[in-house]
Design a protein around this ligand. Structure first.
Ligand SMILES: [Zn+2]
Length: 100
């Protein structure tokens, strides 16, 4: 059986529970997964998906996820402003000025 032989499953990346933090380990084996919130690779070879749940339940991870949620809208907005915000705010501005 698969004990010690679990590999990364890309379907996990589509799972709402995991996709906020999960990534494939970059320079390690398929037996690792990466948490980009904790910036940490962890071994999944023996536990598989249970290792994700175990990592997710960790106090440090929970703390970082909460911090990330708080700062995420800010980061997202900065990205948004850089990419398409001008158009968005531009059209909003036009609405205001046509009100004048
Ligand atoms: Zn984590």
């Amino acid at each position: 059986m698969g004990k010690g032989n679990c590999v990364f499953n890309r379907q996990w990346l589509a799972n709402a529970k995991y996709k906020a933090w999960l990534a494939e380990a970059s320079d390690k084996s398929k037996h690792h997964a990466r948490c980009f919130v904790c910036k940490k690779d962890f071994n999944i070879s023996s536990m598989g998906e249970a290792a994700l749940k175990s990592h997710m339940a960790g106090a440090r991870h929970q703390m970082l996820i909460k911090g990330n949620e708080n700062s995420a809208p800010k980061l997202t907005m900065e990205d948004f402003v850089q990419q398409s915000g001008r158009a968005f705010f531009g059209s909003k501005f036009i609405c205001y000025s046509s009100d004048d």
